[in-house]
Design a protein around this ligand. Structure first.
Ligand SMILES: [Zn+2]
Length: 81
C-alpha cells in the first residue's frame, strides 16, 4: 500500500503536484504544513514535527516504539517483514 493511501485514511489530504498536503496531525496546525511526497514515498511536517516513512508516521500517530510500530503495521497491511 502506498504511503499516501495509508496516511489519507488518518489525515485529510489535498492532492498537489508532488503528492498531497494537509493539516499536520502532530501539532496545532493553522496551515497545511503536512506534506506527503508521492515519488519519494515519505511524509514531512514543515513546522518541524518530523518526517519519514510509514513506520515513522505510525510511531508518532500511536506514540509507540519502533518494534511495536513495525508489528502493528505488518498486521494492518498484511505483510510479513
Ligand atoms: Zn506538525
Amino acid at each position: 500500500m502506498p504511503l499516501m493511501d495509508f496516511i489519507s485514511a488518518f489525515v485529510d489530504l489535498r492532492p498537489v503536484a508532488s503528492g498531497a498536503v494537509g493539516h499536520c496531525p502532530f501539532h496545532d496546525d493553522q496551515h497545511p504544513s503536512f506534506g506527503v511526497n508521492k515519488e519519494g514515498n515519505y511524509w514531512q511536517c514543515f513546522s518541524g514535527c518530523g518526517s519519514g516513512s510509514i513506520i515513522d508516521f505510525w510511531m508518532k500517530w500511536k506514540g509507540i516504539e519502533f518494534p511495536q510500530a513495525v508489528a502493528e503495521l505488518a498486521e494492518i497491511l498484511g505483510v510479513v517483514k
